[in-house]
Design a protein around this ligand. Structure first.
Ligand SMILES: Nc1ncnc2c1ncn2[C@@H]1O[C@H](COP(=O)(O)OP(=O)(O)OP(=O)(O)O)[C@@H](O)[C@H]1O
Ligand SMILES: O[C@H]1[C@H](O)[C@@H](O)[C@H](O)[C@@H](O)[C@H]1O
Length: 378
């Protein structure tokens, strides 16, 4: 399957394609993450049980920083975040916004109330009702840096990634990954989050130029998987059941990792970033989804933006270095992605499962990481 961007998009104005997607040893693959940080208020039984930094950009940055391939001396992972908040933003010094500060607006920071119900403990019931109580300004095309990126992640939470902004991302980035929640959320007069059919939105015409579209199982019916898979690769995440990938001509189920869920917020965001990191490591889409599932499981194990134990991250890095060294050909070669499960898929799953054991250890060892642990246990 060709990459998302049409040839003229990412390479107009004489840009050198080799600079954008060069395999290991070359310049780092720089990413562009677009979507706003927000305030999340977690409510259970009418009582506030948590107030945390939210916004897909925060969860995505956290995982990209943790899992993107880079040389030791490179320091921070190479990606830019374009996000907007108001002067009331409460988490400017939290790691993700401190590393990549948001643009400051006159309007207030986007804010969500997530109402958890005890009755939602079944696997497929929506686990929370979301209400947007404040909305920051949208992100305009002119807010994006005027240069090229290897990849882009469109991860809005409240309609802030405008169609024209997504279009500009597609022009700037060699491959764009999109979270459907950025495209199909609708808000009633009370701020309650609902969905509209993707085909009825101005985003629909951009789909053939998107590489990967990720939707939760709740969002999937609004995306229209059978139509969308003919235009890009669609990934449907399904909570504790892992995920499925659908592309033109194939599909695959990717097994989950066990987790003790304390807060489902950010699972999808962390999945998408883990998946993107997997692609950057050179994995096929189906193999990269293992890394998505891994970080999705890690996200639900903590309240808010998770802290990863350095030992766990070191284990993941070593696993990837070892398994990828065994592969005969890289999957990102500047023109194509591969989708199928590779011969190392099962080994990779088993090895990551071992690494996942380091996550609960961390919670016991680090009670200061903000875990209330009483949001939504399974
Ligand atoms: N309870 C769980 N146990 C293990 N893995 C989980 C669990 N919940 C989520 N995950 C992982 O995270 C991925 C994304 O989760 P999910 O499908 O709930 O996304 P989402 O509904 O978009 O999440 P959110 O909107 O809360 O960020 C799943 O595909 C799975 O890999
Ligand atoms: O912080 C969260 C998170 O980013 C979720 O992905 C999104 O569904 C919510 O709206 C947001 O409040």
């Amino acid at each position: 399957m060709p990459l998302a961007a049409e040839p003229d998009d990412a390479h107009e104005e004489g840009e050198d394609q080799q600079l954008l997607l060069t395999a290991k040893g070359g310049p780092a693959l720089e990413g562009l993450v677009v979507g706003s940080y927000c305030h999340d208020v977690l409510i259970r039984g009418g009582r506030i049980v948590g107030e945390t930094l939210g916004g897909a950009a925060a969860f995505v940055s956290n995982v990209l920083d943790a899992a993107s391939p880079r040389e030791e001396e490179q320091g921070e992972a190479p990606f830019v975040v374009v996000s907007k908040v108001g002067r009331d933003f409460a988490y400017a010094s939290a790691p993700a916004p401190a590393r990549r500060p948001p643009l400051l607006c006159a309007s207030p920071t986007t804010s969500f109330h997530a109402q958890f119900s005890d009755a939602a403990a079944s696997a497929h019931a929506p686990d929370r009702e979301l209400r947007r109580v404040r909305a920051c300004d949208p992100i305009y095309p002119a807010d994006l840096p005027d240069r090229r990126f290897a990849y882009g992640l469109a991860v809005g939470v409240a309609g802030e990634v405008l169609p024209e902004t997504l279009e500009r991302m597609i022009r700037l980035c060699h491959a764009v990954l999109v979270d459907a929640q950025a495209l199909i959320r609708a808000f009633d007069g009370d701020g309650a989050v609902g969905h509209v059919a993707l085909e009825d939105t101005p985003y629909a015409r951009l789909l053939p130029r998107v590489a990967f579209l990720k939707a939760s199982s709740e969002e999937a019916p609004y995306v229209g998987v059978e139509t969308a898979r003919r235009q890009c690769c669609v990934i449907v995440t399904d909570g504790r059941d892992g995920c499925r990938l659908y592309w033109d001509g194939g599909e695959a189920r990717v097994a989950p990792f066990p987790a003790v869920q304390v807060d489902p917020t950010g699972a999808g965001d962390s999945f998408l970033a883990g998946f993107a990191a997997g692609l950057l490591w050179g994995l096929s889409a189906t193999d990269a989804a293992l890394l998505g599932n891994f970080f999705g499981a890690a996200a639900v194990s903590q309240v808010g933006v998770p802290t990863f134990h350095p030992k766990m991250l070191q284990a993941v890095k070593e696993i990837l270095e070892e398994k990828i060294a065994k592969r005969s050909s890289p999957c990102i070669n500047g023109t194509t992605f591969t989708f199928d499960r590779s011969s190392v898929h099962d080994e990779l799953h088993a090895a990551l499962q071992e690494a996942a054991r380091l996550m609960p250890e961390q919670q016991q060892a680090d009670p200061t990481n903000g875990n209330g642990g009483d949001i939504c246990s399974v």
